[in-house]
Design a protein around this ligand. Structure first.
Ligand code: CFM
Length: 541
């Protein structure tokens, strides 16, 4: 904990000394005078007994990265609850396209082996093999994912052997993910496991490049509420050919040819930076950090992107699109700005959105005063330059690192993908975030708080202290906010709305935020600290 930290002492006061010491390391108040971000502790174990908002490795692998691949059937090997609670809880939308007809979209279905006591005692491999056979005969999918849950690893079911045998039997790719829930301290471990498997077994197996100019991928975009489609619309209008969105509305066919592109855009750094980096190592493909949440942010990302290609037409068309779109949305946004201006918010989301949405809120005249990630790593707060200094621990060593080398046939140097000279590429790197992410810290204002892995107690205390007008959170802390008399919006699934990305998304978001802020419901609730005041109590712990 750094900066002017006394107010936080009150929040930490009820903790035993060891817990206090631990939690202090997860808090950083932005110091306007400091040159760089002080070290924050992140991606370490939550203290047992503390009610955290984190998920498990299985959630990160199945729920986040591989679940949205629309034409693959993803089988959960485990007890029924793991399947049920990961079924349809993330609004990653999918639709039919040229290579994937409607009856080949499985991402909204739930497939689970329903392990029961006899399977735990005698092993579940046979049940899994039978399930694969059933799934193949009923659906004839192109490819299958098998995601492990905790008991699978505990009893030692060999899902890789089952997958291999089934792959030979059925002659379709069957990929097993050892993403047992306990494999890491949060869902972040599951992202990494999924990235590794996709890189090893799918990416690079395709041979046909998508026809078109300036072929790009958007990595770490999951099409929640249709975000990816809005980005496809904008990028298409600027003159790019979007090869694949990983993994929102993606297909197995798409992902196979992920390497046949000129540039990777990275939207969610946390969940997908491994693939971006591994593709750079193996194929040489450069990657650019973008943020398409917020009007200014979207325009800036588009301008950075246009600069990557030596094509004046692209730059011209980008400016036309920016001018047209900003004119369209600004007029609509102004009415919402009147409601939103000057209001404050908290942003507690998983690993990227707590940073990205700060731009969109600033477009509306709002400020995020407390921002926290559930499971991000130090680089998402402090910037990628800290990666070499992050010490690995027993938990991070649990996840295999792939050590790739340049592909002898396909590797080209990064500048060659963009038709630039090496010198031009190096000069460009100084101006646009190629192979780099600066993290959240530079975007925080002096006095604002970054908090890692916030828990219920801390959220309550921070609300009482900062009194934000709106809390952006997940489904678990959303209702805490309501009980505290503060409006809240889900930033994971967007409740039932969206898209929120790009220009059209900004209008949807502004409308929803303005509605949330102007509903009279919150004035009818007496928050707990007000009640305590009227009862004469001094403490709100
Ligand atoms: Fe990336 Fe995501 Fe996020 Fe994330 Fe998630 Fe998500 Fe999230 Mo929920 S991939 S890190 S693991 S932007 S599901 S679409 S909203 S916690 S901030």
């Amino acid at each position: 904990m750094t900066g002017t930290d006394e107010p936080l002492e009150e929040m930490l006061a009820p903790y035993p000394d060891l817990v206090k010491k631990n939690r202090k390391k997860h808090l950083v108040i932005k110091d306007g005078a400091a040159e760089s971000c002080p070290q924050i502790e992140a991606n370490t174990r939550t203290i047992p007994g503390i009610i955290s908002q984190r998920g498990c490795a299985y959630a990160g692998c199945k729920g986040v990265v591989v679940g949205p691949i629309k034409d693959m059937i993803t089988i959960t090997h485990g007890p029924v609850g793991c399947g049920y609670y990961s079924w349809g809880t993330r609004r990653n939308k999918a639709r039919a396209d040229d290579t994937t007809p409607k009856d080949r979209i499985y991402s909204q279905l739930c497939f689970i082996t329903d392990m029961q006591e006899p399977d735990i005692v005698f092993g579940g491999e046979k049940k899994l093999a039978r399930m694969i056979d059933e799934v193949v005969s009923a659906f004839h999918p192109r490819a299958i994912n098998i995601c492990a849950t905790c008991p699978v690893g505990l009893i030692g079911d060999d899902i890789n052997a089952v997958a291999k045998a089934a792959q030979e039997r059925h002659r379709i790719p069957i990929i097993a993910y050892n993403c047992e829930g306990y494999k890491g301290v949060s869902q972040s471990a599951g992202h990494h496991i999924a990235n590794n498997n996709l890189m090893e077994k799918v990416i690079g197996t395709g041979t046909e490049r998508k026809p078109g100019r300036h072929v790009i991928n958007i990595l770490g975009e999951y099409n929640i509420g249709g975000d990816g489609w809005e980005l496809e619309r904008i990028l298409g209008a600027c003159g790019y050919t979007v090869n694949c969105i990983l993994t929102g509305d993606s297909s197995y066919e798409n992902i196979k040819r992920l390497h046949l592109a000129d540039l990777n855009l990275v939207q969610c750094h946390r969940s997908i930076n491994y693939i971006a980096e591994m593709m750079e190592t193996k194929y040489g493909i450069p990657w650019l950090k973008v943020n398409f949440i917020g009007i200014e942010a979207t325009s800036e990302s588009l301008r950075n992107l246009a600069r990557c290609f030596p094509d004046p037409e692209l730059e011209k068309q980008t400016e036309i699109v920016i001018a047209r779109e900003t004119a369209r949305v600004s007029a609509v946004l102004e009415q919402y700005r009147k409601i939103c201006r000057g209001k404050t918010a908290f942003a507690f989301v998983g690993g990227s959105r707590s940073h990205h949405y700060q731009y969109l809120l600033r477009d509306l005249g709002m400020e995020v005063v407390v921002a926290g990630y559930e499971f991000a790593h130090r680089d998402d707060y402090e910037g990628r330059q800290v990666i070499p200094t992050i010490k690995s621990d027993a938990d991070s060593k649990n996840i295999p690192e792939l050590h790739l080398s340049p592909d002898p046939q396909l590797y080209r140097e990064a500048h060659a993908y963009l038709d630039l000279t090496r010198e031009q590429y190096e000069a460009l790197k100084k101006d646009v975030p190629l192979s780099y992410y600066e993290g959240m810290y530079p975007d925080m204002q002096p006095g604002e708080l970054m908090i890692d892995d916030a828990n219920h107690h801390e959220v309550e205390e921070l609300v009482a202290k900062y009194r934000p007008d709106l809390i952006f959170s997940g489904v678990r802390d959303k209702y805490i906010a309501h009980k505290l008399g503060v409006a809240s919006k889900q930033l994971h699934s967007y409740d039932y709305a969206g898209p929120y990305a790009g220009y059209s998304g900004a209008i949807n978001f502004a409308r929803d935020v303005a509605n949330a802020l102007s509903t009279p419901a919150w004035k009818l609730i007496t928050p707990p600290w007000e009640k305590e005041k009227s009862q004469g109590s001094e403490s709100h712990a």
